[in-house]
Design a protein around this ligand. Structure first.
Ligand SMILES: [Zn+2]
Length: 390
């Protein structure tokens, strides 16, 4: 995968696209077979939990970036001055890159592979990348099979790649801010409103202030199956009953821009929020009404998820602040020390005895309300513990 051989392969890479179904997301490559009698081949290249690619794209799942996102600029090897909305005027000489096409392709794919390891959503670009690189080998006479790529297809693929990359590079920061504004702030301040309503309030607020939103299609119900805006308010109301409880369906998601916009609609449709895990500081997705404060990722170096890890830590901290527990640990350590030094038999039951005694007293201790009776419980614990040790 992602080698020179993949470019001169007998199959034709027709497209690369993202799908989401039953809480799993994946990126697929679709190949035309060499033999027309065979079926179209769809290979899953990447799979993860839903929304993990979205969090990753905006650096919301990690605290440090191994490779800056801006490096994707290097995938554009033909320099143009136009910004992302400008029409590219490419001609064949733009693709006269180097005498050593094979070497160029190998290092280009190496960069592509390095980028996808940190930002796997970039696999979605491979359809266009492949078409461009296949054109290069055709142009240099290095491929002579059935599926040749002509200049028009290559320049079309390059325009798509260029616009998509330029758009995301220019707007990534603002998109991230909008994502956090809509999906995070309300849960941070414990505002329990459905996400779809927060989104509409946010849109109305910004329109009123005259601010342009990038993610301005915040209502998943105003679009038809082709992702086009519905024409009239009446049409929206008519389709609403069938849309409310239905899975959202989208046209093929084959670019970064489409991906972000579609994911925003899915988050709204599912009434989900973005939260920052109180243990690891990485963001996770939860329903707006849920009380979850921790993510389900594994804590490095343990087999526990953040949730489990944090509740144990809180328990230990509470125990450490508990005076009865402190007295108990003094006795426990004293017994343990005697066993270690050999002044107590290692088969002694004293460690278990003191634990039992503590259990017995702590239920009394936890249920008593005033500090005076708490003091008394500690005093009688000390008397009992001294008896054990004498
Ligand atoms: Zn976490």
């Amino acid at each position: 995968m992602f080698s020179y051989n993949d470019i001169i392969n007998s199959k034709l890479l027709q497209s690369s696209f993202y799908t989401l179904s039953q809480n799993k997301e994946g990126i697929y490559f679709e190949y035309l077979p060499t033999d027309f009698n065979e079926m179209i081949e769809q290979n899953m290249i990447y799979e993860s939990e839903e929304f993990s690619l979205l969090l990753n794209l905006f650096g919301l799942d990690i605290t440090s970036e191994k490779l800056p996102f801006s490096e994707i600029r290097k995938l554009l090897f033909i320099d143009k001055e136009e910004d992302e909305t400008g029409e590219l005027d490419l001609d064949e000489s733009d693709f006269d890159l180097t005498k050593d096409t094979k070497n160029f392709i190998s290092s280009y794919l190496k960069l592509f592979k390095d980028l996808t390891e940190v930002y796997p959503i970039l696999y979605i670009l491979f359809g266009n990348v492949w078409t461009i690189l296949r054109y290069l080998v055709c142009k240099e006479g290095l491929y002579d099979g059935k599926y040749k790529i002509d200049f028009d297809s290559a320049s079309n693929a390059y325009v798509n790649l260029y616009n998509d990359i330029r758009y995301i590079l220019t707007h990534r920061e603002q998109m991230k801010q909008e994502l956090l504004d809509i999906f995070n702030i309300s849960s941070e301040y414990k505002v329990k409103l459905p996400t779809s309503e927060i989104a509409l309030i946010y849109q109305a607020y910004n329109q009123n202030r005259g601010y342009d939103l990038i993610l301005n299609e915040l209502n998943p119900y105003i679009k038809d199956a082709e992702n086009q805006l519905l024409n009239s308010w009446e049409d929206i109301i008519k389709i609403l009953p069938s849309k409310l409880n239905e899975e959202l369906s989208f046209p093929t998601c084959d670019s970064l821009t489409k991906f972000v916009k579609q994911m925003v609609q899915v988050l709204i449709h599912k009434e989900q929020t973005l939260r920052k895990c109180k243990n690891c500081d990485r963001f996770f997705v939860a329903r707006y009404s849920s009380l979850a404060e921790y993510c389900t990722r594994k804590v490095t170096g343990t087999k526990q998820a953040c949730q489990e890890y944090a509740s144990k830590k809180i328990y230990k901290k509470k125990q450490a602040e508990n005076p009865l527990y402190q007295v108990f640990t003094t006795y426990y350590n004293r017994i343990y020390g005697r066993i270690r030094r050999g002044s107590l038999d290692k088969d002694t039951t004293l460690l278990d005895d003191i634990k039992l005694l503590h259990q017995e007293f702590s239920s009394k201790y936890d249920t008593s309300n005033d500090s005076e009776s708490k003091e008394k419980i500690i005093e009688s614990f000390i008397i009992e513990a001294d008896k054990l040790l004498s």
